[in-house]
Design a binder for this molecule. Structure first.
Ligand SMILES: [Zn+2]
Ligand SMILES: [Zn+2]
Length: 506
């Protein structure tokens, strides 16, 4: 017999037993067992960040306590673990580490770099989950970046498309000029930053030297000014409604329009409507059917529509325009203000609004269903339910599901080169990358054309994770996937109620 070692090596002993238990499969879900009741946990697949941090430790401890308690109570417990790989953060990290932009290298090479980084991060985090002693069933492990998983994301898209929930349209979207991609409302964070209110004279058409004073934090949008608005109940200005006014520097005349949403107490009470300085502009343009002047390129520069400011960055254009306004004697004063602005939740760059063709999921028509479903679930704590319902009710726009990124699940769509007809993959074509293969049809169903243009965009990463609970249950391969669907426990961080819980529910 070996004598007991003088010092007890906890870590070595722990590893020995963890390995042994894994080999014995003590935490496995038993698919064949039809006697014990099942209990399934919709483990949130984390973004591989390389760090299994204290927040993760706390959360996985909660999941594990439930899993072990239910096992002891005689349940056949399903405790899966996956990895949500396609985060924008991975692309940003690869760009920083290799000092490249995603468009500088071929897409497959960029993808490989992302996959390598993800694998490195997963290994570190998996070690954390194991060391913590979580009773995860590792036979369930999955990665959303594998074609095996894409297949499911693509299938969910095709099914929803065939049901009429998916559409492609040209709509204004939140845009990060640094990441060069559309992002959903849920990915916009709000920060208070210092801004400046510029008081600018807009000369009135016709009569001598009359002008109206407009206060704006975004003078760089002057070239995209399509109207000037005042509140019809504001007696200081309603007499000007219907008259023409000159947009300074670009010397275009626009109409002064009445709009009830103008706040007479903000700035001077007269506002310029630009395409698009902010979300309010989007609403006003739709209400009054105003023209759209696209001012920004996808990488945040001024387009040709900006005249002499074309090619400048937003910041440079702001400086140049302010200088030109001063020189022309049209800038009355500048006041510092604190303002809340939307920024990209990955890189903190201020969000712009761009109008480009994108894929959308109709989510606003589901608001009542989301509310009904939220009411059928038992929430801990109870009041968090309202967070989901309030979020669903607050949405102005449908969910933009396309991303102008490289590392993501491909959108399984082609367009006819001749007539532009959209060809969506059939359910049995997936997984498919339209950039690498043609649709499995010999001609366009509309015009008979034989050439196709692939959709280059990829899905929002929440399209991948929004189906976690069905994937865990074995959808679509297992005929009995409804046995574990919906999950018995959906543990969620408060911060992802507006994304994971909402999209899942939707
Ligand atoms: Zn960004
Ligand atoms: Zn065609």
């Amino acid at each position: 017999m070996k004598p007991l070692p003088k010092e007890f090596d906890v870590i070595a002993i722990e590893r020995k037993w963890q390995k042994k238990w894994e080999e014995m499969g003590v935490y496995r879900f038993d698919w064949k067992d039809r006697k014990r009741p099942t209990f399934s946990i919709d483990t949130p697949p984390p973004y591989p960040s390389g760090e299994f941090h204290m927040g993760n430790v706390l959360n996985w401890t909660y999941f594990d306590i439930v899993a072990r308690y239910k096992r002891m109570r005689g349940f056949n417990v399903y405790f899966p673990q996956g990895w949500d790989c396609h985060g924008l953060g991975i692309e940003v990290q690869v760009e920083r580490e290799h000092n490249i932009k995603k468009r500088d290298v071929p897409p497959d090479k960029f993808r490989k770099l992302c996959e390598k980084l993800v694998e490195k991060y997963i290994a570190m985090m998996k070690e954390g989950v194991i060391r913590l002693g979580c009773s995860v069933d590792w036979t369930t492990e999955y990665r959303t970046m594998n074609p095996e998983y894409w297949k499911r994301t693509q299938l969910s898209f095709i099914i929803l498309y065939n049901k009429g929930f998916m559409y492609r349209g040209k709509h204004p979207v939140n845009w990060c000029p640094r990441c060069e991609t559309a992002i959903a409302d849920a990915e916009v964070d709000y920060e208070e930053r210092e801004g400046a209110l510029h008081y600018i004279r807009f000369p009135l058409e016709g009569r001598g030297n009359e002008h109206l004073l407009i206060a704006t934090t975004r003078p760089e949008f002057i070239p995209a000014c399509v109207a000037v608005a005042v509140n019809p109940v504001d007696d200081r200005f309603n007499k000007y409604i219907g008259r023409k006014i000159t947009v300074p520097l670009v010397n275009r005349t626009v109409e002064i329009i009445p709009d009830e949403n103008v706040d007479p107490s903000f700035g001077t009470g007269v506002v310029m409507i630009c395409t698009y300085g902010d979300k309010e502009d989007v609403k006003t343009v739709i209400r009054h059917k105003l023209p759209v002047i696209a001012l920004l390129t996808e990488d945040g520069k001024i387009t040709r529509n900006g005249g002499k400011y074309a090619g400048l960055t937003i910041e440079q254009a702001k400086k140049a325009i302010v200088e030109d306004l001063k020189a022309a004697g049209l800038l009355e004063k500048i006041e510092k203000i604190r303002q809340e602005i939307g920024v990209c939740d990955r890189c903190e760059t201020p969000i712009e609004i761009l109008e480009l063709p994108q894929w959308f999921m109709k989510t606003r028509i589901l608001t009542d269903k989301v509310e009904k479903a939220a009411n059928e679930v038992v929430w801990y704590p109870e009041h968090m339910k309202n967070r989901l319902i309030d979020w669903a009710r607050s949405l102005d726009w449908d969910w933009v599901i396309s991303r102008q990124r490289v590392f993501g699940t491909p959108i399984p769509v082609w367009y006819c080169k001749n007539c532009g007809e959209t060809i969506v993959a059939k359910e049995d074509w997936v997984p498919v990358d339209p950039k690498l293969e043609n649709p499995r049809t010999d001609k366009c169903p509309k015009c008979g054309g034989k050439e196709f243009i692939p959709e280059k965009d990829v899905f929002d990463t929440w399209m991948d994770s929004s189906i976690s609970c069905a994937v865990h249950a074995g959808w679509p391969e297992r005929e009995d996937w409804r046995r574990l669907f919906p999950a018995d426990l959906h543990p969620s961080g408060v911060d992802i109620i507006r994304t994971w819980a909402y999209y899942l529910d939707g």
